[in-house]
Design a protein around this ligand. Sequence first.
Ligand SMILES: Cc1ncc(COP(=O)(O)O)c(C=O)c1O
Length: 371
Amino acid sequence: MSKINIEKLANSGALRTKKYIPGKSKQEVERELGLQDIVKLASNENPHGSSPFAGEALKGLAGKVNIYPDKVSTDLRRKLAELTGCGEAEISVGNGADGVIFNLGMAVIDQGDEVIIPEVTFPVYETITQIMRGKVVYSMVRELRIELPDILARITPKTKVIFLCNPNNPTGDALPPQELTAFFHQVPEEVLIVLDEAYIDFTDKSLNPGSIEIFKGGLNNLFIIRTLSKAYGLAGIRVGYGIGATELVSLVNQVKPPFDVSLIAEVAGQAALADTAFMQATLTDSIKEKNYFYRELDKLKLKYVRSHTNFVLIDTGFDASDIFNRLLSRGVIVRPAKSYNLPTCIRVTLGRHEENIRFFQALEDALKGGI
Ligand SMILES: Cc1ncc(COP(=O)(O)O)c(C=O)c1O
């Protein structure tokens, strides 16, 4: 049989996407380098595991997963409505925040639509825009901060969507709430602002813009995305949600894959949302560990961004791939930020304290050079 002609077969948008290079797993590193006791600080997961409530709830599903889940995740959306004060019809759930970003993109981005995306941010916005054959318009990031006036300056009659990640991944920076609120009201109402708040639980109150209140106040062109993967510790189960105008949410629900939120996700998600103690403990610990990071980084005289998330972006001053490899050979996996156009930076998730100590021992060593 002749080889398949993928260029001819593919959606032209799919061909424009970049290959996603996932971070290495602990198992891969153990296998490839023959190392034990690997520390993984690469994917902004919760280092404290997940809520015991979720674990208990999952036990009740044993032997019962032969049935399809509720197609519209009614119970989970009800819990989220209670939590956010939004109507159930204003909430769409998905297979992680990634799933919600895809569902939203499928619902609104048309061929040739302009989609504004900051030049240093989470890559999934670009992927879905390209798949839908929208046109990516990059906006400026200056000194690692998203420039809101530059986004406004790039709006044209063809602009359909603005993707904004706040706090931003990979920088950890959060925009001042007053600036953000002013920006929301300057964006023409026919342009959809997609505000990805995957890390908002980790953000200091003083820097939390209160986006849900702004939405409830009548900003109908705002679509807020959140996840249970980070502070709630459910990255492996995949639950995220979007909040937006009922007409928009209804369309998103119409196009999304049926049953994209599994029974396991629906059950674990509800349990995790009820476990405020687990979530609070995670947040308290993240503040403590962030301060430990800052102290150690100051000692090493390294530049970093003050973070409003569960990770810290560090400028190592060296080629980030080299540092990544040196850390890897010492059993520590981080994320080099080269793919984010930050060639000397690494993004490091806050781990448990003993893991963070391991990271700093390895980093100090790695900065001295040598694999
Ligand atoms: C900014 C941002 N948005 C969305 C996601 C995806 O989250 P989820 O695990 O819910 O798909 C991530 C994951 O790292 C993220 O950093």
